[in-house]
Write a protein that binds this ligand. Structure first.
Ligand SMILES: C[S@@+](CC[C@H](N)C(=O)[O-])C[C@H]1O[C@@H](n2cnc3c(N)ncnc32)[C@H](O)[C@@H]1O
Length: 278
């Protein structure tokens, strides 16, 4: 067991959110699929030392541990005790001895410089409070020639967020969501500024049609859940009446998007890799 850690209220909300989802997290097929794809692109090798930041239930960490073998070593860290509990149980069931999970904030960790061959951050970079500083910190822990691999999502991704964003703009509320890493160019620039070279970014269009009722459940404007990179939730500056009206407009906007197949819920992903510049 790791010692408890002190989190600010933004990170405590994220940790609580994921702990509450932790027992169901592995049930969908999307997260396992994209975590596996990140590892596939990475081409890690036996004997390597790997750090998986915001490891969650350990999808990337566990697959990496199976690859690197007994000579390799994997550390997975996360701020959510619930997610880590799932990760530890899975690793134990698989009898993996080359992996450890630690309760820690990915923006407040301290490893010796030049420690890891690979650092991953799967489906989680956007939650960091300061993306550029986080990438710079992680760069330091990579060995020379080591590689960082992470997912970013297109600024068209996640219907509920994109439509919430559009409606709240009219009320003077700007939600960042995937905007900071929402294009290949933005991801490239972030990696470059953080000291990475040999940058490779693979865009994979993804998504599916969902029905109107499900889409209406995706309103993320009421501030009850944390939003990436912004705390407190910017819509908390609106009155309850404004929020209720915004929700009505959100539903109306979704109705306009409806087609015979349903409403397209885009989840275009960027698989981003950068080598620690010499
Ligand atoms: C969408 S889940 C991704 C989990 C896993 N990497 C995967 O691919 O399935 C996001 C995870 O990021 C973690 N997280 C968010 N901010 C973090 C931080 N500052 N440090 C460590 N973990 C963090 C959450 O607790 C959650 O487990």
């Amino acid at each position: 067991m790791s010692d408890p850690i002190e989190l600010d209220s933004y990170k405590q909300q994220i940790a609580d959110l994921y702990s509450s989802r932790s027992s169901r997290y592995d049930k969908g097929d999307w997260h396992p699929r994209i975590a596996h794809r990140l590892i596939e692109y990475a081409k890690i090798a036996q004997g390597q030392k790997i750090l998986d930041l915001a490891t969650g239930t350990g999808m990337v960490a566990i697959e990496a541990a199976q690859f690197v073998g007994a000579e390799g070593r994997v550390i997975g860290i996360d701020i959510s005790m619930g997610m880590l509990k799932q990760a530890r149980q899975k690793a134990e069931r698989l009898g993996l001895h080359n992996i450890e999970f630690q309760l820690a904030d990915a923006e407040n960790i301290d490893f010796p410089a030049n420690t890891f061959d690979y650092i991953f951050c799967s489906s989680a970079l956007i939650w960091m409070s300061d993306l550029l500083e986080a990438l710079r910190l992680w760069n330091r822990f990579l060995k020379p020639d080591g590689t960082l691999g992470f997912h970013a999502f297109a600024d068209t991704a996640f219907l509920g967020g994109v439509v919430t964003q559009k409606i709240l703009e009219k009320y003077g509320v700007s939600l960042l969501l995937s905007k900071p890493t929402g294009t290949i160019e933005k991801c490239h620039a972030l990696l470059q500024q953080a000291g990475f070279d040999q940058i490779e970014i693979e865009a994979e269009p993804d998504g599916n049609y969902i029905n109107l009722e499900k889409a209406k459940g995706m309103w993320s404007g009421d501030g009850s859940f944390p939003v990436p990179g912004q705390h407190p939730h910017p819509s908390l500056q609106l009155t309850p009446e404004q929020l209720a009206q915004a929700k009505v407009e959100f539903n109306a906007e979704l109705e306009k998007l409806q087609t015979k197949q349903g409403i397209w819920d885009d989840s275009t992903i960027f698989y981003c890799f950068g080598r620690k510049a010499a």
